[in-house]
Write a protein that binds this ligand. Sequence first.
Ligand SMILES: *Cc1c(COP(=O)(O)O)cnc(C)c1O
Length: 479
Amino acid sequence: MTGDRTRYDQARWTDDGQYEPLLSEKDRTRVEIDEDDSPLPDDLTRDSLELPELSEPELARHYTRLSQMTYGIDSGPYPLGSCTMKYNPKFTEDVAALPSGAVHPDRTERSLQGTLELCYRLQDYLGRIGGMDAVTLQPPAGAAGEFTGIRVAAAYHEHNGEDHRNEVIVPESAHGTNFATAALAGYDVISLPSDEGGRVDLEALEAALSENTAALMLTNPNTLGLFERDIVEIAEMVHDVGGLLYYDGANLNALLGRARPGDMGFDVMHYNVHKTFATPHGGGGPGAGPVGVVDDLAPFLPAPRVRKTATEYELFEPEHTIGHVHGFQGNWLVLVKTFAYIARLGDEGLTDASAKAVLNANYLASQIEYDVPYEPFHHEFVASAGDQDAADVAKRMLDYGVHPPTTKWPEIVPEALMTEPTEVESKETLDQLAAAFNAVAGEDDETLETAPERSSARRIDQTSAARNPRLSWQALEEE
Ligand SMILES: *Cc1c(COP(=O)(O)O)cnc(C)c1O
C-alpha cells in the first residue's frame, strides 16, 4: 500500500451544475492492492482505489457543507403533492436504533418471537386502518406493493380459471407507477378519462369494463384531492363483471381514522408507509409498501406471513402464495418505525392527523393567488400556474426558501402545481408557503426562467442527474 497527500480544500458547483470537490492529485491516497494478497477472484477486485486522505475536521466540514447544500423535510416545508412529505419524528429513529431491533432474520422462530410479534401486530394495525383482512409486510416500496397486489389479483383470477382477463383499467390522472405496474404484470392498460368534475367518468367506466377486466386501479381521494363520491357504485360495477378493485394507498393520509378502502369495496391495496406513517422516503434506499387484501385474496399473498398460535408467533406459507417479493419480512427497521408511529399516535392521533392534513391544504389554498380549478379537495389541491410555466414557478420558489409543490401532474390541470402541505406544518409555515407562491405569481417570465438564484445548484441537467447520479466520492479526471 502506498500513498501521498497534501490538503483538501473546498467543494463547488460548476456552471453546468455538477458538484465538484476541489481535490488535487496530491490530496489523494492511492491504495495499490497487491493481487497476491487478495483472497477474492481477479474479476471482483480493482487494481487501485483512489481515496481522499483527510483529517477529521476536513471530513466533518465536507459533509456538513454537503448537507447544507441540500433541502429536506428537516430544513423546511416540503409540499410535494401525492408524495406526502411529512416530518419523520425522531422518536421513531430512537425505537429503530434499539439494540434489540438488530436481529438477524435467519434465526430460529423461537428466538425471534419479539420480532414476529411486532410484525403480527403491524399486520393487524394496517389491516384495521385499511379495512383489509390480511396483510403482507414484504414489498419494499409503494410501487413494489402495487406490483405485488396486481400479481396477487392475477393469481386469484388464474386460480379461478379466469386467465382470459387481460386488462387493467387506470384513470388517466393516475400515478405513473399504476400504468407501469399493470404493464409489467403483463396486462393491457386501458386509460380511463375523467369527467368534467375531475372524478371517474361512470359512462366511460361502463364502456371500459368487460369480461376481460382483471382490475381497476384507483386512489381515493384521487390525484386532484377529490373524493370519488361514487366509489360504492364503482366497486359494484367492477365486481359485477368479475373484476377486482385495487386501492393505491398514496392518499391514505386523507382518510386515516375516518374512512377505509375496505369499506368502500376495494379488494387489494398498498400502504406507502413513508407517506402515511412518517417513515423516511426511501430515495432508492430501504422503504416499505405493505399490501392488504380481503379474505378471498389472502391465500395468494407472498410468503412467509406471520400468524399467532395459542402459544407463539410463527411464519407460514399462504396456500397459493405468489412466492417471495423480498427477503424475510421486508425492510424490518422501516417497519419498526411504522409500528412506533402508529402505536404512538393511536386511533385518536391518526384521526387528528387526517383532519389537520385536510385543514392545512384548505387553508393554504385559500391564501394563494393561483387558481385551484377542482374542489372540494381534501389533503392536497392542484393549483394552475396559468400563463406561467409550472416548472419555472417551482424553481423560483426555491429562492424564497421553501420546497415547491409537484409540478405538471396531473395533466388535467394546465401547468399543475400539486400541493400537499401535510398536517405537520404550523399556520406560520403555511403563511410562509403562501407568501412564496404569491411572490412568484407576481413575477415576470425573465425572473422565473433564470431562477433559482439563491440555491447552491441552479438549473441542473435533470436527465443526467437521474440517469448518471454520482452518489459516492469520485476522483475527478485530470485537466
Ligand atoms: C408515491 C406514489 C406511488 C408510488 O409509491 P413509491 O413508494 O414511491 O414507490 C404510487 N401512487 C401514487 C399516487 C403515489 O403518489
